[in-house]
Write a protein that binds this ligand. Structure first.
Ligand code: FMN
Length: 399
């Protein structure tokens, strides 16, 4: 992953504290962050906090002697690959829409001509005020991206639309624009992720340890590459960018129905979800404790990959995952053949490669003519490798 430069602007809203997390997410992912803040923004958060989190001098005064260059409002915007204003007050939105440059942030905004994401945060009456909405529409018309506020508890005591979007969601949106290419434009990719949850009774379930990280990273990478991306997910705490159509499911049966419905429209399906092989018959009432032992009867679930392999049409690419603790290569090859897959990702879980839950994994990519064992790497990079191979399969088909 290439290191990018992210400029974050803050204004005078209570949500400024949430922006600390946004800075941390970008820094943790290895990107450079610089901060530009209004004088009123500094009423809500200190320069020390922002300097420490970004690891850079904070830019807050157009005429301050601390500036590296005499025209920092220009150099800082030349430096940035992406500019995010979070939180954005009604005031800064108004200034932007009218070309006003009266402080460090508004001046930098006027000098910036690349991808700009504005995250408004304010009381709902302010947000829906005709002037504010008119300013937002004007800026949208100029290509500015607005990441809408959410509904919920506002600092002023109201429960309404106006809360700044969650930092993790803003971060994911930022990553989308930072990484955008079009190598899969026009393709439709369906990804499954997460774990299925099989209810035993209203309060108990059977599941597994899959976190959903691999599938989410694959769906994100597909969206960055311009593919129309659908993500059918089981239980997970992962979040994804707004360019992915996310379908939430619970049981193996729910996931089967959702995947089959979406399959016809897909050019490529990547099934990374950890689906239960067997499921109990759910009791409507809580199962009572009785006796010293308890026999649980399980019924085989539908094998989603096998079904897809049967109905796969010419030109559709089907990718499966094999999680193995022993005889990995042999089992993966068998699964690939039996289920009519074009590619299988072998995941050999062991004490030194836990796979589940970790941000890293060690995989082997197997196609009909090639076997590639990759070193341990971040799941984001794994997603990149897998989609590079998928692109290779698409190219091979079109020959
Ligand atoms: C406690 C407090 C919270 C505020 N929260 C917001 C807010 O969330 N959104 C907003 O647009 N204005 C908010 N304001 C008003 C702005 O701070 C005010 O309009 C200010 O002029 C904005 O300056 P700036 O855009 O230069 O930072 C708040 C004011 C106070 C005192």
């Amino acid at each position: 992953m290439k290191t990018k430069n992210v400029l974050i602007g803050l204004t005078g809203g209570i949500a400024a504290y949430k922006t600390c997390y946004l800075i941390r997410y970008f820094r943790k992912a290895g990107h450079n962050v610089k901060v530009v803040i209004t004088k009123n923004g500094l009423e809500f958060i200190t320069e020390t906090t922002l300097r420490t989190l970004s690891g850079e001098q904070v830019y807050s005064d157009t005429f301050s002697g601390i500036n590296e260059w005499s025209t920092e409002h220009i150099s800082i915007t030349d430096w940035a690959d992406l500019f995010i204003v979070a939180p954005a007050t009604a005031n800064i939105i108004g200034k932007m829409a009218n070309g006003i440059a009266d402080n460090a942030l508004s001046t930098a905004l006027l000098a910036y001509n690349k991808t700009l994401i504005i995250c408004p945060a304010m009381n709902d009456k302010m947000y829906f005020n005709t002037a504010v909405q008119r300013n937002i529409e004007t800026l949208k018309g100029q290509g500015v991206i607005f990441f809408e506020p959410e509904s919920g508890d506002l600092a002023c005591g109201y429960k309404a639309k106006g809360r700044m979007a969650e930092p993790e969601d803003i971060y994911n949106e930022g990553l989308y624009y930072l990484n955008s290419t079009n190598s899969l434009a026009g393709k439709r990719i369906l990804v499954s992720a997460g774990r299925t949850t099989e209810l035993l009774d209203p309060v108990r379930y059977i599941s597994n340890f899959s976190s959903g990280k691999t599938g989410f990273r694959i769906a994100e990478e597909a969206s960055y590459r311009g593919a129309g991306t659908v993500l059918v997910t089981g239980t997970t705490d992962q979040v994804c960018n707004s360019h992915i159509r996310r379908i939430d499911t619970v049981s193996a049966d729910d996931m089967y129905k959702a995947v089959i419905k979406e399959f016809k429209k897909a050019d490529c399906v990547i099934m990374s979800a950890a689906v239960a092989d067997y499921a109990p018959e759910k009791s409507d009432l809580k199962i009572k404790k009785s006796g010293d032992s308890f026999d649980l009867k399980l019924k085989k679930t539908k094998d989603i990959l096998r079904e897809l392999g049967k109905i796969k049409k010419k030109g559709q690419i089907l990718v499966g995952f094999a999680l193995e603790t022993d005889n990995g290569h042999k089992n993966a090859l068998k699964k690939m053949k039996e289920k009519n897959l074009d590619m299988i990702i072998l995941n050999e879980t062991s004490s030194d490669n836990p796979a589940f839950g970790s941000d890293f994994n060690k995989i082997t990519i197997i196609t009909s003519d090639k076997k590639e064992q990759l070193p341990a790497m971040d799941k984001k990079d794994i997603a990149g490798y897998i989609l590079d191979r998928v692109e290779g399969l698409f190219k091979h088909q079109s020959k």
